[in-house]
Design a protein around this ligand. Structure first.
Ligand SMILES: Nc1ncnc2c1ncn2[C@@H]1O[C@H](COP(=O)(O)OP(=O)(O)O)[C@@H](O)[C@H]1O
Ligand SMILES: [Mg+2]
Length: 669
């Protein structure tokens, strides 16, 4: 599947071969440019890729800054946390001070009573520090998860607004990884890293100031080692980030393969390809393991490096300080306080390394999350869009040309299509598969926007009206049916949640599924899908069709709505649909003669063009006219419809077709 999706993504070999790094010349790669959905395929770094190939990234700082912006609404709580951090720092700095005082004044001065006070002070300080830490850690975790919650909702909300072209390219497993695992990583950033880094900086500065004030010579000796630490951190961060990015991508590759294997489990088992599928999952899993080990190889370097540098510093201070005490220009208390502080310095410096991991992992994850957020929907409301007023259903295509965005090469699906459907007309689209029938009807609700030409409904250009109002006016039974993991009744009412039981049953009767639903022990309450009944293709189709009918659209699009339904049931459905259709402009992509015969207008498509067309009149139906032309329609008819036509008989008169239930013409929205 990776191969398939990548077909639409032009190879980015050239930049990929450059060594990873944060050089300024790579900044453009993560820049704004990737905004538009259609651009996303070409220059976007990889929604729908997740294939573990190394990828370049821009500087980390803009991403960190953008992450910090998410903390702004929580400024109140965060100030509390920062205050607590300051308090912790102050408290942390106190013990060596007390120790120095005790040694120099009380111990060496023989003041036993005072020593008790000093010891009590240390105890109280540790209790206070414990309480403050408790409060601080809880609040930071709470804030972190709160921000991630908001971010995750924002990402999903954004995903729901993206258009079909985005989903054509994206891989479900990859998107799921972005919404779940990648946002999860960020909770560490918001919850810990930001505050810990700040606290550590404060501790570090506090300690250095105290050291320099106590004894500037010893202090300077120690400060000399800091550039080594800072430089080390910089080098480290640069190497950690690409490693973390590889981990994120490998995880997304793994979820993609897992998702695909499970969605396609029927096919996997049917062809006995379980070993192959296991191999693929194993492969991705191994890639994930390797990425993690690779990252660990780098992250393991930090602690030893920092420890050695700090150890050398501590040894020097002890050596020089000890000599100083003997020579008499450093007090013993100062030396002991000094070494205590130096031990304390180890923690923030080590932690900063750990937090660098968190920050760099967050940057890698945030890049993937922001990539989704930065993708603009191809299809969106024009700035001056107005709601489509109630429509009669006069549909017109003028010179419509459309090509699917295939990255470098686009796939033309429609060329210069003209059509006009009067309100209430039944328009049948026929043609070989791949001719562009589905594409043609998908342009009407703006699933995609045509590159050329214009489509109007009652004279309103569909690009000028709001997408919501446009889709409200159109009911579409998609070629591939999808039912949710909910009850049958809920599935039928999906487009009109306020539909009454009567209305639901009316829709089910019309699509000839009511009797079947009734025969189930739980009736309309029967769950569908994983937890419930397995439905046949035809049953699903009829439920999906009932779902569309219930939204009571003025324009009805039926894309091979009965392809999986047996001929007899279909014929009964057709009769019922004939009534439902009244007063609605209906486009039907039909594969059976019965439907086509009734059509007011027939359009024959081939290779994206309308090659034949006919409109029925009083004397002759469109079907008869086209048959006489002996063109493609005749050919298709002879091939496809003949067998059926031979056995065709008009539907039994008086077949039980319930009339629409009263009040079904109401929309729930
Ligand atoms: N989402 C898509 N992305 C790219 N190409 C597509 C997509 N959907 C359909 N096509 C291509 O567009 C052409 C018309 O397809 P379609 O409208 O589904 O045909 P029909 O419904 O008549 O069988 C085909 O060549 C098909 O490969
Ligand atoms: Mg189709």
């Amino acid at each position: 599947m990776a191969q398939q999706t990548n077909r639409t993504v032009p190879p980015r070999e050239a930049p990929d071969r450059r060594p990873p790094g944060n050089g300024p010349d790579q900044a453009a790669d993560t820049g704004r440019g990737r905004g538009k959905e259609s651009v996303g395929a070409g220059s976007g770094p990889g929604i729908g890729r997740g294939d573990g190939r190394p990828r370049l990234s821009g500087p980390a700082w803009p991403i960190v800054r953008r992450l910090l912006r998410y903390m702004r609404p929580h400024a109140g709580v965060l100030s509390g946390v920062i205050l607590a951090a300051l308090a912790t720092t102050a408290i942390e700095l106190a013990p060596p001070w007390i120790i120095r005082l005790s040694v120099d004044r009380y111990i060496l001065g023989g003041q036993t009573g005072r020593i008790w006070w000093a010891a009590g002070g240390l105890l109280i300080l540790s209790l206070v520090q414990g309480a403050v830490d408790l409060f601080r850690l809880y609040l930071t975790a709470q804030t972190g998860h709160g921000i991630v919650f908001e971010l995750r909702n924002a990402v999903f909300e954004h995903l729901t607004r993206l258009s079909f072209s985005f989903y054509d390219r994206a891989r479900t497993g990859d998107l799921m990884a972005r919404v779940t695992a990648d946002t999860d990583v960020l909770s560490d950033f918001f919850g810990r890293a930001a505050v810990i880094v700040l606290t550590n900086m404060l501790t570090l500065i506090g300690i250095l100031v105290v050291l320099l004030v106590w004894d500037w010579r010893l202090g300077l000796l120690y400060v000399c080692f800091l550039p080594l630490i800072v430089h080390g951190q910089w080098v480290y961060a640069r190497r950690v980030r690409p490693a973390m990015a590889r981990v994120r991508r490998a995880l997304s590759g793994l979820t993609s393969v897992l998702q695909e294997s499970m969605a396609g489990i029927l096919v996997v088992k049917l062809f006995g390809r379980e070993p192959y599928q296991r191999e693929r999952v194993d492969g991705q899993s191994a890639a994930y393991r390797e990425a993690n080990i690779g990252a660990a190889r780098i992250t393991s370097l930090w602690m030893p490096y920092a420890n050695v540098i700090m150890g050398v510093g501590a040894a020097l201070v002890l050596w020089a300080g000890g000599a100083g005490v003997i020579a008499g220009f450093v007090t013993l208390g100062t030396l002991i306080g000094f070494t205590t502080y130096i031990q304390m310095l180890l923690r923030p410096i080590r932690q900063t390394g750990m937090m660098l991991n968190v920050v760099m992992r967050s940057v890698a994850a945030a890049e993937r999350v922001f990539e989704v957020l930065d993708t603009q929907p191809d299809v969106q409301d024009a700035p001056d869009a107005y709601p489509l007023p109630p429509v009669k259903g006069h549909v017109r295509y003028q010179g419509v040309t459309f090509a699917y965005d295939g990255g470098s090469q686009s796939i033309e699906a429609l060329r210069n299509v003209d059509l006009e459907a009067a309100p209430g007309e039944l328009v049948a689209l026929v043609g070989p598969s791949g001719a562009g029938k589905t594409t043609l009807v998908h342009l009407l609700p703006r699933f995609y926007d045509a590159q050329e030409g214009q489509i109007t409904i009652d004279g309103h250009d569909i690009r000028r009206v709001t997408v919501g109002s446009l889709r409200d006016a159109i009911g579409i039974a998609l070629q591939s049916v999808f039912l949710f993991d909910a009850s049958i009744g809920e599935n039928i009412a999906y487009g009109n949640p306020r539909a009454t039981q009567d209305q639901i049953e009316w829709a089910a009767r019309t699509t000839q599924i009511h009797d079947f639903i009734r025969s189930l022990p739980l009736g309309y309450g029967t769950p569908v899908g994983e937890r419930g009944v397995r439905l046949s293709g035809g049953q699903k189709q009829r439920i999906a069709l009932a779902r569309v009918l219930l939204t009571d659209p003025r324009i009805l699009i039926l894309d091979e709505p009965t392809s999986s339904v047996d001929a007899e049931t279909e014929r009964r459905m057709q009769q019922a649909l004939a009534e439902v259709r009244a007063g609605r402009t209906t486009f039907v992509i039909a594969h059976r003669l019965w439907t086509v015969r009734q059509a007011d207008q027939i359009l024959v498509l081939r290779d994206g063009r309308i090659v034949e067309r006919a409109r029925g009149d009083a004397g002759r139906s469109a079907h008869e006219t086209l048959l006489e032309q002996s063109g493609l329609y005749r050919e298709l008819h002879d091939l496809q419809f003949q067998a059926e036509a031979l056995g065709a008989k008009p539907p039994a008169a008086g077949a039980a077709i319930p009339a629409p239930a009263p009040g079904t013409r109401r929309r729930g929205r």
